[in-house]
Design a protein around this ligand. Structure first.
Ligand SMILES: NC(=O)c1ccc(NCc2ccccc2)nc1
Length: 235
């Protein structure tokens, strides 16, 4: 599964450039029985299985041994803290991250207490494993590492970089399905273009995710731009 972040795109290139390393540890390789069992039954009964403790614990300990000092161990689960761009920025400052991906109904609570530093969730939904959340985290964090994105600028302007949704984007042709590109974008007036983009980001955040605005301290200029957007919209 992790080939998708190691062999393609921004993350694949960053790996190739040596900007980050990715090591995989599969509990199945730490099994001691001939069936290579990695699941186990839950005490108290109930549907589903849990990750069997011994292979997972041994895999985590082997990964920590290889990582050495200063590794932060993260468990991906629906019970974790909600991952967002601020969390991605903080994680990008960590030199070593160990991502534990659960399957089945998860892992023994005692393993979380003894081995996990932080529990994170990428959203309020349940997936069949923690691998896709782990790859989501790898992608979001890697993009923030120096040298990964062509222009660091695009990382800053990335939506959610400044806590706002992104502005709309346009490319060729100038007229598409009878719709023209907003004139300001063809004007070459970069101050006006930047202002228009900020106004669109503010307006779209107000329309689609107003709760994001409550956490932001808008500058006077941003307040004016948003008010103008709202007046126009409510016309
Ligand atoms: N929302 C998420 O980040 C997420 C993480 C993992 C996951 N599935 C694996 C799993 C299920 C139950 C308990 C622990 C792990 N689904 C969603």
């Amino acid at each position: 599964m992790f080939d998708s972040v190691s062999n393609y795109g921004v993350t694949g290139r960053a790996l190739k450039k040596g900007i980050f390393e990715l090591h995989r540890w599969n509990p199945r390789d730490f099994t001691l029985d001939k069936h290579r069992t990695v699941d186990d039954r839950p005490y108290g009964g109930g549907p589903g299985m849990l990750m069997m403790v011994q292979p997972l614990q041994d895999a985590i300990r082997a990964a920590k041994a290889q990582a050495g000092e200063g590794v932060k161990t993260i468990y991906l689960s629906p019970q974790g803290k909600k991952f967002d761009q601020v969390a991605a920025h903080n994680m990008a400052k960590q030199s070593k991250l160990l991502l534990v991906c659960g399957r089945y109904e998860g892992i023994d609570e005692r393993l979380i207490e003894s081995e996990i530093d932080e529990e994170w969730s990428i959203g309020d939904f349940v997936l069949s494993g923690g691998e896709l959340p782990a790859m989501t985290l790898i992608d979001a964090v890697t993009r923030l590492l120096p040298g990964v994105l062509g222009h660091n600028l695009s990382a800053e302007q990335d939506s959610f970089q400044n806590g706002l949704l992104d502005c709309p984007h346009y490319t060729r042709p100038e007229v598409l399905n009878d719709k023209a590109v907003p004139q300001v974008l063809l004007s070459g007036n970069h101050a006006k273009i930047e202002q228009w983009r900020m106004q669109q980001a503010l307006g779209r955040t107000w329309l689609r995710r107003p709760e994001l605005l409550t956490n932001l301290a808008l500058t006077d200029e941003q307040k004016q731009l948003l008010e103008a957007f709202q007046t126009d919209y409510l016309q």
